[in-house]
Structures are given as structure tokens and as C-alpha cells.
Design a protein around this ligand. Structure first.
Ligand SMILES: O=C(O)CCC(=O)C(=O)O
Length: 278
């Protein structure tokens, strides 16, 4: 049975731009961790086939798409409940990345979308506290037409000069997590992490509202951004190969609009020595 969000959760997300779900995936977390490590092992253990040495973030794009059982997270009624509640019954799955983070992540938004709502669901696979690299979010920072949101957008990367504080001291909520918890936030929401180890394990699922026909050019631009990861298609093969009709509904709009990726990726490879780390 699908786990729809209740009215208070929806209102909280609208108002503050994030939600935490303690223990939501606890019954699957051991298999998730094992599958996560399996994908890394199959890809050389770190970024671009090199072992992760802890000096920089390692990232694999289309992460859950590369593994049949991880791909089923998109069919999991708990994930579907969050997705359909926040981005509609016909939501688009917008890809996944798997990471070994190393150290801090500075403040940023994942997008600055005025119309379509884009969300991220993040799975942190280690116990993380405020001091050891849990996700921090600034409540309300997703409100891009609001003075508060605009001010943060302008100054968040320069907190020292704007407010005389380091990024670490910017007032924020620390979403401390244990494996099996998930956190979800609007792509516009400002987020960061401080004090993490050199091998902080995390992967994401990105989702958005289906794009209307007259704004498909925006969707195509977003999909084209995947070229920095040197991918040739919107999704990885296991995700597509094992898709039921139900799952396909959430893949079809991207699959119909990813024909420009091979050419963009060809160009990216000419410019970049390795796929992007994030
Ligand atoms: O956990 C982190 O270091 C940051 C995660 C993040 O920025 C993201 O997934 O967009």
C-alpha cells in the first residue's frame, strides 16, 4: 500500500522545503548497503574506475539504475508515497547519484526552479551527526520569490563577508540520520554538510513534476546536464530493462527527450579529463 504524506507533512514541506523520515527504510537497509557497495566494487571502488582515496568526492551517476534491486526503490510504495504526494502521480524519475563524500560540502541549492518542483531523496548509509557530516538544511530557503530565499541565494557562498560567520555557523537544521532513515528536500533548498569522514556513503533519487508540453525545452536542458557525467542515455540499463508498466510511467518523459545526450557527452569528453564528481 502506498504511504501518502499527510496534510501536516505536506504543509511542512511547502513551508520549510524538507522532510525527514526516520527509520522509513530500516527493513531494507542491509540489502541497500550491500547493493551500494556492490555497485562501487563493480566500478573500481571509486571515481571513474579509480579506488576512492578520500581526498575528494567519488561519484557514480545513474547509481541505482545500474543495479536491479536498487532500481526497485523506485517501485517501493514508501518512496512512491513521498513522490506522488510531492510531485504528482505522474512524476518523473530524474536520476540518481552514488557517492563517497570526502569532508565538507559547502552551501548550495541543487537547482533554482521557479515552476516545476524538483525533489531529492537522500539515503545516508552511516550514522551521522551535526559534527560528523549529516545533511544541514536552511528551512524556508526554497522560497525563491521571497526576500529571505533571494538573500540566501545571493550571499550563502560568502557567509564570511556577508554575515561574519563561516559556512559551518550558518543557522540551519542538522538532519542527523542513522542507516534506514531518509531525508527529502526541494532542489531549491539550501543544504550543506560539515565535519564528515573521508568516506561518507550516500546516494540519491531525484524526482520532479512531469513537464508540460510547452516547457519540454527546459526538461531537455536539464537532461543535457547529464553530459558532464559522460552518460549516453537518461537512465542506466538495469532501470530500463527491469521496468514494469508502472515504473515506465515515471521514465517515459525523460526517455522521449534524451536523444541529444550522446552528442553533448561526446563534446564533454573532448573538454573534460574525467566525468564530473558532482
Ligand atoms: O551530504 C553532502 O555532503 C551534501 C549532499 C548534497 O549536496 C546533495 O546531494 O545535493
Amino acid at each position: 500500500m502506498k504511504h501518502n504524506l499527510d496534510a501536516q507533512q505536506l504543509s511542512f514541506f511547502e513551508t520549510f522545503g524538507y522532510l525527514g523520515f526516520p527509520g522509513l527504510m530500516a527493513d531494507r537497509v542491509q540489502e541497500i548497503i550491500s547493493d551500494f557497495e556492490e555497485v562501487w566494487a563493480r566500478h573500481g571502488g571509486g571515481h571513474n574506475g579509480q579506488a576512492h582515496d578520500g581526498t575528494a568526492r567519488s561519484c557514480i551517476a545513474q547509481f541505482i539504475d545500474l543495479h536491479e534491486r536498487l532500481s526497485t526503490l523506485l517501485d517501493d510504495e514508501r518512496i512512491r508515497g513521498i513522490a506522488t504526494s510531492l510531485v504528482g502521480d505522474d512524476f518523473n524519475y530524474m536520476g540518481s547519484d552514488g557517492n563517497y563524500y570526502a569532508g565538507d560540502t559547502g552551501w548550495h541549492s541543487d537547482g533554482w526552479h521557479p515552476e516545476q518542483r524538483h525533489i531529492k531523496i537522500a539515503f545516508y548509509l552511516d550514522t551521522l551527526t551535526r559534527e560528523t557530516g549529516c545533511l544541514r538544511v536552511i528551512p524556508g530557503s526554497h522560497q525563491i520569490n521571497d526576500t529571505f530565499g533571494k538573500t540566501l541565494q545571493e550571499h550563502i557562498r560568502g557567509s564570511d563577508s556577508a554575515w561574519g560567520i563561516s559556512g559551518e555557523d550558518v543557522p540551519a537544521v542538522a538532519l542527523e540520520t542513522a542507516p534506514g532513515d531518509i531525508v527529502c528536500f526541494n532542489h531549491n533548498t539550501k543544504h550543506a554538510a560539515f565535519g564528515g569522514s573521508e568516506r561518507r556513503r550516500m546516494f540519491t533519487m531525484n524526482l520532479c513534476q512531469r513537464y508540460p508540453e510547452d516547457r519540454l525545452s527546459d526538461l531537455r536542458e536539464y537532461i543535457g546536464g547529464g553530459a558532464r557525467f559522460w552518460v549516453e542515455e537518461g537512465y542506466g540499463q538495469a532501470m530500463i530493462r527491469t521496468a514494469s508498466q508502472k515504473r515506465l510511467r515515471h521514465l517515459e518523459q525523460v526517455m522521449e527527450n534524451d536523444d541529444h545526450l550522446p552528442e553533448l557527452t561526446r563534446k564533454a569528453k573532448l573538454k573534460m579529463t574525467e566525468p564530473s564528481r558532482g
